[in-house]
Design a protein around this ligand. Sequence first.
Ligand SMILES: Nc1ncnc2c1ncn2[C@@H]1O[C@H](COP(=O)(O)OP(=O)(O)OP(=O)(O)O)[C@@H](O)[C@H]1O
Ligand SMILES: [Mg+2]
Length: 282
Amino acid sequence: MHYCLYGDELDKKQAAMLRVIDGLWETHEWVPISKIETRLPWNRLVIKNRIRDLEKTGMISWNLSKMNEPAVRMTETGRDTLVVWELRNKGIIDDIGHVIGEGKEAVVVLALKDEQERVIKFHRYYSAEFQRISRSMAFTALRLFRKRIGKTSRPIDIAKAKARIEFNALKTLWPKVNVPEPFAINRHAIVMEFIGDKTAAPLLSDTKPEKGLEDEILTQYERAVSLGIVHGELSQYNILMQDRPVIIDWPQSVPADYQGADSIKQADIARIESFFSSFSFS
Ligand SMILES: Nc1ncnc2c1ncn2[C@@H]1O[C@H](COP(=O)(O)OP(=O)(O)OP(=O)(O)O)[C@@H](O)[C@H]1O
Ligand SMILES: [Mg+2]
């Protein structure tokens, strides 16, 4: 897995070049080398060498079918590495560690800042996921999601939109609701508080809940709704148990006043009630 990439394998010139490619990629499916040359103050040979280095380390790939006009684009590894490089440069993290969660929709990686743990959640988007979302998301939430991502169908833009939705939700909710403190957003990644103590806190699904916990969770949930946000995928798999329940994973959240938000809310609550109904408390 490519999280052995710490961002420091890029030198300043490579990072500058990746940024240029990233910027041009907004308008070019494949970025022609001639365009890169106009954006950087280096001679051809330097540019050629940098591109070769970036290709060797898997940060970019060539479009071989268009060799009459050589063109490149960034790989997933390149995009993640640029994010890590910028986060380090901005002092949001000092270092990056191992993967603590990897699903179909995101990769969650440990990071360090002043000896304190943080996490980076890299949002992903694969077209198979859209089918899954289409099946699982309430119709109105799906419509809103489509509206938010606009006309784009590029996976990276959708991943960026999800990061933005999750980051905005955390910004609105923290610290009034038990959610991880959000620190930064960079492209398709967000940096937030690490919930745990050395190791990540267990999911609610892996714990034996105590009496009163259901009420505590529903109180937190209602507070989020009163602040204008409906989670949309609340379940025992999106609650971390530290000394209190912490609700995570907000990229599918919808505004509480959105048409249809109420049925999404009822489904959230029903999942929690159903989880707790299998325990008997004396
Ligand atoms: N702030 C955090 N602190 C500690 N661990 C976290 C944090 N955020 C996420 N994790 C870990 O990463 C896992 C995945 O995170 P999250 O639920 O946000 O992403 P996801 O896209 O739903 O991934 P998955 O498909 O695996 O559920 C969580 O189950 C949890 O173990
Ligand atoms: Mg999750």
